[in-house]
Structures are given as structure tokens and as C-alpha cells.
Write a protein that binds this ligand. Structure first.
Ligand code: CA
Length: 326
């Protein structure tokens, strides 16, 4: 009986250690796949349905874009505006600002939950952005908070035994500051309450605003894995500075894959330069229905993830990227 207990203890200690090892290894050593706004190639972005579907595809991380409501709830939504993914104009016609747009920050979370979410469209014309995606206006989708999404993912981690992480992005912190709100501080507090405080906790914190991300590390003293998103060529010259507070960068793939010469893709030095400074590279966004100059999605995935030697990518189609990687 005693021997039996010792064996069980050893097995559990071993598997516990193994899990820890896996956790820290996954972001450090293998290519990670981030479900961009959930399985957004298949269901309206940032809905719980898109997140549950993404979860079932077993990516490494599921992404949350965050904007604060009037009552300081971090809402999972890509833009500071509501009118390109919801029926806000129909439900609250008088609540637009002078520029004709409806702002998340002008609505309470209770009001926001009354809105129906549609596949992304142009608010001026009503035309769906990706024509082959989920039919606009069909179904019954809603917006939700960061807390609600964490509870979905942590709950599924509990029931399935997987350890899928979260990858939150605070949107436009400068706009929030102007509105008298500190989105970074509020988000970090919620993450901490749900157990995300260190680089081992399967939470990557991302932001385009370099000043704010540096503040997250140096002023708000976060120990999370931080990724500096970049989109402009001049930002690639600031890598050394980014390395003083961030663990990785998140560039657009066109900042990495240059052009095709004699059938061969040429690459910029960005990935090598970042790696020399110890920065991981997670590139955005791989879409099966937006191939650019690539002949197929498989070519796109292989060129960016394998040939360009990045450490991970954001994709609207996690199942397809995972299949090629396997
Ligand atoms: Ca994002």
C-alpha cells in the first residue's frame, strides 16, 4: 500500500514538473499559434462562439482585443467603435458622436450586452468585409467581457485538461487616457485576479503603443510576457529599445517577407535582428481568404512560419495553420 502511494506521488510529481516544463517551453522553444479574435474565419470575431470553436482547434493562445465600457468593463472587441460589428445604430440611433461613430466608451456594459454582433461590415455601405465568411445578420451573437472570456477558457482548460492561454491586447490606451480611463491598469488587475501574473502563466500581453507597453513593465511592474506590436517600417529601428521592456515583437508579416525573386521569397533582417536581442517574433495575420501575393494558404504558412523562422503567428484559421505545422 505504501509503495503504491509513493509510486502515485512520484508520477504526480513527475507529471506536475512535466507540465511546468511544457508551459515554459511552449512560448520559448516552439512555434505558437494564436487564434486571432477566435476562429474568426468561421464565426463573427470576438464572440464566445468564435472562442469556443477556436478552443476546440487547440491553438496555443486565444486572442482578446480590449476596449473599456463607460463603467470600466474591458469589452472584448477590436475597435473603439461599435458600429462595424453590431446593430448599435439601429438600437441606439441617438448615441453617436459628432463624427457619426458609436463609441464603446459611451455605453455601459449592460447596454453593450443588448447589442447583436454581426460579421464585420462597412458601416457606411453595410457591405460585409470578407464576403465568404459567416453571413452578416444571421445568428444571435453578443459581446462579452474579458472576465467572461477568461472564465470560458479556464473552464475549458479544467474540463479538457488542455492549457490554452490568453493573448490580450489593450486597444488605443492614449484614447482611453484622454477619456480619463487607465485601460492598462484595469486589465492587469483582472488578469492578476485570474492568476495571470508571470511569464509562466500562459498569458501574453500585447499593445501597439510602445510608450504604454513600457509603462506596463516599468511603472505598473507587470511580470507578464509582453509583446510590442509594430506596424510601421521606422519601428523596426527601435528594436533595441523594445528589448529593454518587451519579450517579443508582433510585426505585420509584410515587414518580414519582402518580395519574390526568381520564384524565391526574400526576407528582411527583422526576425534575425529581433532574435539577436532575445526577442520572440509573433507575426500577424494569416488569412486563408486574404492571400496577398501567395499562391496558396499553405505557401503563405510555410513561407512565414518555417522559412522566415518566426516564433508564432496570429491567424483567423487556426485549424489550417496547425495542420500545416504538424
Ligand atoms: Ca489584436
Amino acid at each position: 500500500m505504501k509503495y503504491f502511494h509513493v509510486v502515485i506521488l512520484c508520477i504526480s510529481l513527475f507529471s506536475c514538473k512535466n507540465n511546468e516544463q511544457q508551459l515554459s517551453n511552449s512560448i520559448m522553444n516552439s512555434k505558437i499559434v494564436v487564434a486571432h479574435r477566435g476562429a474568426s474565419g468561421y464565426l463573427p470575431e470576438h464572440t464566445m462562439e468564435a472562442k469556443a470553436m477556436a478552443y476546440a482547434m487547440q491553438p496555443d493562445y486565444i486572442e482578446q482585443d480590449l476596449v473599456l465600457s463607460k463603467d470600466n468593463v474591458p469589452v472584448v472587441i477590436h475597435d473603439i467603435h461599435l458600429d462595424d460589428v453590431t446593430n448599435v445604430a439601429k438600437l441606439f440611433p441617438d448615441r453617436k458622436r459628432k463624427d457619426g461613430r458609436y463609441y464603446v466608451i459611451d455605453f455601459t456594459f449592460e447596454e453593450i450586452q443588448q447589442l447583436k454582433v454581426y460579421e464585420r461590415f462597412d458601416p457606411k455601405t453595410g457591405t460585409q468585409f470578407y464576403p465568404k465568411r459567416f453571413p452578416k445578420g444571421k445568428g444571435n451573437f453578443r459581446l462579452h467581457s474579458l472576465q467572461q472570456e477568461i472564465e470560458l477558457i479556464q473552464g475549458l482548460n479544467h474540463t479538457t485538461g488542455s492549457t490554452i492561454g490568453i493573448y490580450p491586447e489593450i486597444k488605443d490606451p492614449e484614447f482611453h487616457h484622454k477619456e480619463g480611463k487607465d485601460i492598462a491598469k484595469i486589465t492587469l488587475e483582472i488578469l492578476s485576479a485570474y492568476g495571470y501574473t508571470t511569464k509562466e502563466d500562459k498569458c501574453v500581453f500585447q499593445c501597439f503603443d510602445a510608450k504604454e507597453l513600457e509603462r506596463v513593465r516599468k511603472e505598473l511592474n507587470s511580470n507578464l510576457f509582453l509583446v510590442q506590436l509594430i506596424e510601421f517600417p521606422e519601428e523596426t529601428k527601435q528594436l533595441q529599445h523594445f528589448a529593454t521592456y518587451a519579450d517579443g515583437i508582433g510585426p505585420w508579416y509584410k515587414q518580414i517577407v519582402d518580395k519574390k525573386i526568381d520564384g524565391q521569397w526574400q526576407f528582411t533582417s527583422l526576425v534575425d535582428d529581433a532574435h539577436e536581442l532575445g526577442l520572440k517574433v509573433h507575426t500577424y495575420t494569416l488569412r486563408a481568404d486574404q492571400l496577398g501575393d501567395f499562391g496558396s494558404f499553405e505557401e503563405h504558412i510555410n513561407t512565414v512560419l518555417k522559412d522566415a523562422k518566426v516564433d508564432g503567428c496570429f491567424t483567423d484559421f487556426p485549424d489550417k495553420v496547425l495542420k500545416v505545422l504538424q
